[in-house]
Design a protein around this ligand. Structure first.
Ligand code: 4NP
Length: 163
C-alpha cells in the first residue's frame, strides 16, 4: 500500500557517493523529463556513515555531467529506520546493501525493498558493481546499468499506480 498520493523512491548503496547518487540524479532527470516531478519524489542514502555530508565522488559527478545529469549538489546521508515510513520503494544497489537494509526494515513496512537491476531483466547482472576502488570506466558501466534500470523502475511505478 502506498503511503501518500506521491510515490517516494530511495536509492541505497554503501557510501552514498557513487552509485546511489548517480541513480538519484538519473531517475530524477527521467521523472522530470516525463513531467512526473509532482508525483514521484526521489532521494538516496548510504548504509555506511563514512561520507555523510560529502558531495558525490568526483568520478561519479564527471560521468553524470558527461551524460547530461548534474549530481554536484547532492550530499551523502546515512539511511535510517524512519526512511521505511517515508519511502514506498527502497532500492538497493547490491546484495550487501540489501542485507543491511533488511536488518533495518521494520516489520510493518509494506513497500518494495529489493535490488535495482531486476527492473531491467534484459541485463545480465543483478547488482550494480561498486566502482569506488576500480578503474574510471567502472563509472561508465554504473551509469549505463542505472540508466537502463531506471526506465524499468519508472514503468513499474506507473503500472502499480494505474491499478
Ligand atoms: P558507493 O561506493 O557505495 O557506490 O557510494 C563506495 C563509496 C565509498 C566506499 C565504498 C563504496 N568506501 O569504502 O569508502
Amino acid at each position: 500500500m502506498k503511503k501518500t498520493s506521491k510515490t517516494r523512491v530511495l536509492f541505497v548503496c554503501l557510501g552514498n557517493i557513487c552509485r546511489s547518487p548517480t541513480a538519484h540524479g538519473v531517475f530524477e532527470a527521467l521523472v522530470e523529463a516525463r513531467s512526473l516531478a509532482g508525483q514521484i519524489e526521489v532521494d538516496s542514502a548510504g548504509t555506511g556513515d563514512w561520507h555523510v555530508g560529502f558531495p558525490p565522488d568526483k568520478r561519479a559527478q564527471a560521468e553524470a555531467r558527461r551524460r547530461g545529469v548534474d549530481i554536484s549538489s547532492l550530499r551523502a546521508r546515512q539511511v535510517k529506520n524512519a526512511d521505511f515510513d517515508r519511502f514506498d520503494y527502497v532500492v538497493a544497489m547490491d546484495e550487501a546493501n540489501l542485507r543491511d537494509l533488511k536488518r533495518l526494515m521494520p516489520e510493518h513496512f509494506s513497500g518494495y525493498l529489493g535490488l535495482f537491476l531486476p527492473f531491467a531483466p534484459e541485463l545480465d547482472i543483478s547488482e550494480v558493481p561498486d566502482p569506488y576502488y576500480g578503474a574510471a570506466n567502472g563509472f561508465v558501466r554504473v551509469f549505463d546499468l542505472i540508466e537502463c534500470a531506471s526506465e524499468g523502475l519508472l514503468a513499474e511505478i506507473q503500472r502499480a499506480d494505474s491499478n
